[in-house]
Design a protein around this ligand. Sequence first.
Ligand code: AHM
Ligand code: MG
Length: 333
Amino acid sequence: MAKKNQTLGEFIIENQAEFPFSSGELSRLINSIRLAAKVVNHEVNKAGLVDITGAAGETNVQGEDQQKLDVYANEKFIQTLTNREIVCGIASEENDNFITISGQKDDHQNKYVVLMDPLDGSSNIDVNVSVGTIFSIYRRVTPLGTPVQLEDFLQPGSKQVAAGYVVYGTSTMLVYTTGHGVNGFTLNPALGSWYLSHPDMQFPEQGSIYSVNEGNYVHFPKGVKDYIKYCQQEEGDRPYISRYIGSLVSDFHRNMIKGGIYFYPTTSKAPKGKLRLLYECNPMAFIAEQAGGKASDGFNRVLDIEPTELHQRIPFFCGNREMVEKVEEFMSR
Ligand code: AHM
Ligand code: MG
């Protein structure tokens, strides 16, 4: 039973039985993620000092080379995940190909693959707006003792054993699921500890927020245009509220707490959609379903899509169940 204010470490130990991992594995994996998240959080918080410490590609006053934050976040997550004897491969939005981790004994005995977007919404950093990290975890399908293969990463989202995100917002939060509901932990930066602040997160019954880049309106499919008009109509609880941060993690997080839908449809510039199935859509879809919501590509359940390539993009509609069903209804007309 989740208790508010318990630490993430206590929570993991108490709920070990529910996890699809053998004893200790989940703790090691989540441990590396929470550690990397703290390091990245520290760096994200300093982003406003870039004029003082130097921009990417420059050398700062201490003579250190400055890195772009998304590159930095990518390296930190890869480093911490590699150091634990649990992950056999990592695929990242920042890397063209997946990374193979053979383990300290070089025997390829690690069981899990991690897919991640280390710093999503990174265009928001320069303007002091929230960004996030998204991660997704699968059990490998190829035999232990052999190097990880592409097919270990190209699994449908329904096979995820855990997924989560970190939102570097006014507070920094780690939200994750292992298929037994969704729990949110807030970082106490003074102590460096994560506390369970949002136990058993659920979308509210009714949603009233829609989040989409409406600047792309003319390029949207007819069904999406009609749904947006529906959101704006004066009837019942409508018009809905329009809120768009342009950081998937932040938009999703707000919508899960307040009730709403996020969507990034196809546009003429992005005919397959913009968001990546493996790094962004699948983990968010898993969390959404675990929180009583729904995720669709406009016609089908996101978690059922059979991936064909690592950096595959899809149109994405995610949030309150009823709202996602409504947009699907408009799409199929
Ligand atoms: P990124 O992975 O390059 O940061 O792109 C993903 C981001 C999402 O966080 C956000 O919802 C979307 O792109 C915003 O795109 P746009 O500026 O086209 O509205
Ligand atoms: Mg991204």
